[in-house]
Write a protein that binds this ligand. Structure first.
Ligand code: Q46
Ligand code: ZN
Ligand code: ZN
Length: 315
């Protein structure tokens, strides 16, 4: 197996591009793919200040590293979700990455700053943990971007993530979610611009990128993700991709080219949002969902993550 560019021994094959690369040309390929996504979807301009949502996993650390390599200015934001040992270790990876490179990492701890954690919120609301988790992360990333004057929030969603979410939304024709699947969501209604520069790379590629760049990351999956629908959708798409390389890419990018404009992004296109009376974030009612979550969990006894994962494994 030889590198497509220099004919030296290759370290990775990328079947959807029918290409193999050596270390240096693979790293260049990753940078090129990210720059291409940024340009094509107008994600960021030189000189803008970006805020990367950092989880300590491979994608968020890879995107932070790639943005810096490409000359963008990017700080990180880590949220302590209180998901037991998983959160403790994730935070350590995020902090170590920032410290080694002398980068600015903002930290928010849900339990000490807002009085709840994800396992407790899930138990109180009787909904899957990812529901309270997604809501909290969106709220806190948006708020931090507004407070810090950042031009955009960056997330590490990759092609596998976006294709799996699209697959789930199409299976159920969730038209309200389809409108939010663009890799760039423009700033509107008090929401900051949100961008996903890794949409042209798969998770296998971001993992390889981290290994080749010597980036240590949290390898464990979130314990609350077990049984998650998106993991099943990823498996299903991976089976198709193994037979027909490039299917995932076409599924997502043709949707962007041919269909996404038919759907509305309720957060950005709606004109009925008003500032939340408690925190000032854009809300569809008087009080935003995050402030309602704080209220609902205020008197709850903390629920350890093991309680939820044990309950799930008994089902
Ligand atoms: S951290 Fe949170 Fe994910 Fe864990 S609870 Fe779900 S959403 S799976 S990216
Ligand atoms: Zn090469
Ligand atoms: Zn609020």
């Amino acid at each position: 197996m030889k590198c497509r560019v220099c004919r030296e021994p290759a370290v990775i094959d990328i079947r959807r591009h029918n290409a193999n690369f050596c270390r240096d040309h693979f790293l260049r390929y990753c940078r090129d793919q990210v720059q291409r996504a940024i340009d094509e979807f107008e994600m960021a301009a030189p000189g803008e200040q970006l805020l990367v949502a950092v989880s300590g996993g491979k994608d968020s650390l890879a995107v932070w590293d790639l943005l810096l390599e490409l000359g963008y200015q990017a700080d990180g934001l880590y949220i302590g979700l209180g998901i037991g040992g998983y959160s403790d270790v994730s935070g350590e990876y995020a902090r170590a990455f920032a410290e080694q490179r002398n980068l600015h990492l903002i930290e928010i701890d849900l339990r000490s700053e807002h009085g709840f954690d994800i396992p407790t919120a899930s138990a109180v609301t009787r909904r899957v943990p990812c529901s309270a988790c997604g809501l909290s992360k969106r709220h806190l990333f948006d708020g931090a971007a507004r407070a810090g004057g950042y031009d955009a929030v960056v997330t590490g969603h990759n092609l596998d993530d976006e294709a799996a979410v699209l697959y789930g939304n199409v299976l159920r024709w969730q038209t309200d979610y389809l409108g939010r699947q663009r890799p760039t969501l423009r700033a509107a209604n008090g929401f900051p611009r949100k961008v996903k520069p890794l949409v042209r790379l798969t998770e296998r590629e971001t993992a390889a990128y981290c290994i080749l760049r010597g980036i240590d990351y949290q390898v464990e999956e979130c314990p609350m993700a077990a049984g998650n629908k998106h993991l099943r959708y990823k498996d299903a798409l991976n089976e198709v991709e193994a037979q027909s390389p490039g299917t995932k890419h076409d599924f997502y990018f043709r949707f962007l080219r041919q269909a996404v404009d038919r759907f509305v992004d309720a957060d950005r296109d709606a004109s009925t949002l008003e500032p939340c009376v408690r925190c000032g974030s854009p809300a569809s009612g008087e009080v935003c969902s995050f402030c309602r979550l704080i209220e609902r969990t205020a008197d709850a006894r903390p629920v350890p993550v093991e309680f939820l994962t044990r309950r799930k494994s008994k089902k």
